[in-house]
Design a protein around this ligand. Sequence first.
Ligand SMILES: Nc1ncnc2c1ncn2[C@@H]1O[C@H](COP(=O)(O)OP(=O)(O)OP(=O)(O)O)[C@@H](O)[C@H]1O
Ligand SMILES: [Mg+2]
Length: 224
Amino acid sequence: MSNCVIEAINLNKNFSENSNIVEAVRNVSFTLGKSEIMIIFGRSGSGKSTLLYLLAGLETCSSGNIKFDKFNFEDLTFDELASIRRSNIGFVYQFHHLIPEFSAIDNASFPLLLNGDTKEEAYVKAEDILNKFGLGNRKHHKPNQLSGGERQRVAIARALIHDPKFVLLDEPTGDLDRDTAQEVREMLKEYMQNSNASLIIATHDRSFEELSNFQKTMDFGSLI
Ligand SMILES: Nc1ncnc2c1ncn2[C@@H]1O[C@H](COP(=O)(O)OP(=O)(O)OP(=O)(O)O)[C@@H](O)[C@H]1O
Ligand SMILES: [Mg+2]
């Protein structure tokens, strides 16, 4: 399918714990097209975060393959995956993962510095996106000086600042009150209207349904 941005083919991920094997992801296959949004629901421990890590190349599959653009993840080294991620993929972690010593603007501009922008160039773009996300007066605050909702908005700004084609969001509204969660959904909606990105959102928040093209559920590692 020419419109296909990402194809997951029979993905499996096992973790060994003492003598037990945890099958965190089991035989997961799907395709996602340009500008499509897939929502993944599922109870705690069902494998949502693990699947997102595989799709971002942050973890390797026990078996199976991921095709993204022209790339086959199974053929790539960890460094090559990191390079693809830096230019093409945005990731919002379940627990924000902001760098504690960095201000909001330094966190948001970090992906651009990794991609070779100068600090001045990166700051211009970071100021712009932080202003759009209502964080204009929080640019120089560090993560521990921000509220949960502000931290999450910085994490989303960092994930989107390099205009990635593929964005993965792990519980983007997990920690937020209803109004702030609504703001985050509005921000993502606006981003989608101005980009051709494809999104996968793991969430317990049913309000994301209205944004999505299709919804799936993880159940004991299977995507149904
Ligand atoms: N690094 C790891 N080592 C061992 N087991 C792991 C590891 N990461 C995840 N698991 C196990 O894999 C299963 C799936 O975990 P995962 O974090 O993907 O679930 P989840 O659906 O994201 O849950 P939640 O909704 O609570 O975030 C769980 O049983 C978890 O304990
Ligand atoms: Mg999770």
